[in-house]
Design a protein around this ligand. Structure first.
Ligand SMILES: Nc1ncnc2c1ncn2[C@@H]1O[C@H](COP(=O)(O)OS(=O)(=O)O)[C@@H](OP(=O)(O)O)[C@H]1O
Length: 380
């Protein structure tokens, strides 16, 4: 536009032409310069107007369209553009967050959102607030695996054996074994041998007297046979169940020093725990019902842990081949799954007289246990 204007100027036949050549040359030069200056000014102002977010280094970076929209919803459009263009203090924390998102090139965590704060690193390892303390072969693995379906449960997979075997390693070592969890999530572990460990109640209470305890109990006779089956699978040379049961087979005296028998005297072990924990801080889960009605038992456990009842019937199906309830596919797992081969082993046939003798042996202890817990487990 300016160039054609200048050529127009040059071809002009106005009184200018009649001026002296020297003055004429100066005027032409001045007009040309004016045209050039006007051209540059308009070009520049046009491009500046099209880059609304252009800012100087060290002030606020230009924002992507999406981010601008979110800021605009917090601040009035005029206010935001002036703040960005003139580098005024940023009033909204949203702005700062969007800035950081720009800097890092990724979406930063919103601390109000537990999942995103996990990714920002605010999740940390915590000592367990709930422990499945027993009993061995009661169904502890099934319970833990079912509980892990809950989004608010974070559990360590392996058995830490801290309060029985590794207490000397200290609480920091123990905490380090735990998975990271967010506020509101419950950290858990299971070590079934705690239930029969003399020192465990005092040690857990010293860690936190508010620790919630869960005991999965099972008919002590079946439990003993299950325990034996496990040992037998590893050491097939051991004596028969029948011979290990008795101190003296002729007199029918039961060998209570055999661990497989000892563990099932639940009332005796429970007494030890009640010295440190009130009974309402211990939940007794029926190992039998955990198989027959897993959703029902999980309902009780979720209530006890103060969790929303997320795990329901819809999470389970009965696997005929396995002979046990298994977990259905869920959001977190791509396929349905049953527990491993070492859970739900076939038990050997045990002499029925021996089984009967064991039932007699356990009866008074079972009665005591029902009385202590206020719950009849129906083993007799
Ligand atoms: N859903 C499901 N699937 C498989 N097994 C189940 C299930 N629910 C409970 N059970 C019973 O759990 C018994 C093993 O108990 P634990 O997991 O406590 O054993 S261990 O102490 O950790 O070794 C195991 O004992 P055995 O049948 O003697 O192998 C099972 O009877």
């Amino acid at each position: 536009m300016c160039l054609s204007y200048s050529s127009l100027c040059l071809n002009d036949t106005s009184p200018l032409l009649s001026l002296l050549p020297q003055v004429r040359r100066k005027l032409v030069l001045l007009l040309t310069m004016l045209c050039l200056w006007l051209y540059m000014f308009y070009s520049c102002s046009d491009s500046c107007a099209s880059v609304r977010g252009l800012v100087l280094p060290g002030t606020v970076p230009r924002l992507p369209a999406e981010s601008q929209a979110s800021i605009t919803s917090v601040l009035a459009p005029d206010a935001i553009s002036s703040k960005i263009l003139f580098g005024l203090p940023q009033a909204s924390s949203t702005v700062a967050k969007v800035e950081r998102q720009e800097e890092t090139g990724r979406v930063l965590a919103d601390s109000s959102n537990p999942t995103s704060s996990f990714f920002s690193g605010s999740a940390d390892k915590k000592l367990p607030q709930a422990i499945i303390i027993g009993v061995k072969k009661g169904g502890t693995r099934a319970l833990l695996e079912f509980l892990r379906v809950h989004p608010d449960v974070r559990a360590v997979g392996a058995e830490p054996h801290f309060f029985d075997r590794s207490y000397h390693k200290g609480l920091t070592w123990y905490r380090d074994l735990m998975p990271r969890s967010l506020d509101g999530q419950i950290t858990m572990e299971k070590t079934p041998s705690y239930f029969i460990t003399k020192e465990a109640p005092a040690r857990i209470s010293a860690m936190s007297k508010d620790t919630k305890l869960i005991v999965v109990v099972r008919d002590p006779v079946t439990r003993a046979i299950s325990d034996y089956t496990q040992t037998f699978s590893k050491c097939p040379d051991i004596p028969t169940f029948e011979s290990l049961t008795f101190k003296n087979r002729t007199t029918g005296l039961i060998d209570t020093s055999w661990n497989a028998i000892q563990i099932g005297i639940y009332a005796k072990h429970l007494e030890n725990w009640l010295l440190y924990f009130p009974i309402n801080q211990i939940l007794f889960v029926s190992g039998e019902r955990l198989i027959g009605d897993p959703a029902g038992e999980l309902g009780r456990v979720q209530d006890f842990l103060g969790l929303k009842r997320v795990i329901t019937k819809k999470n389970f199906y009965f696997n005929k081949t396995k002979g046990f309830p298994c977990l259905k596919k869920s959001e977190g797992s791509s396929k349905s799954h049953c527990l491993g081969k070492n859970k739900g082993r076939t038990h050997p046939n045990i002499n029925q007289e021996v089984v009967q003798r064991l039932r007699e042996f356990y009866r008074p202890f079972n009665m005591k246990f029902y009385q202590m817990t206020g719950h009849d487990f129906g083993w007799d």
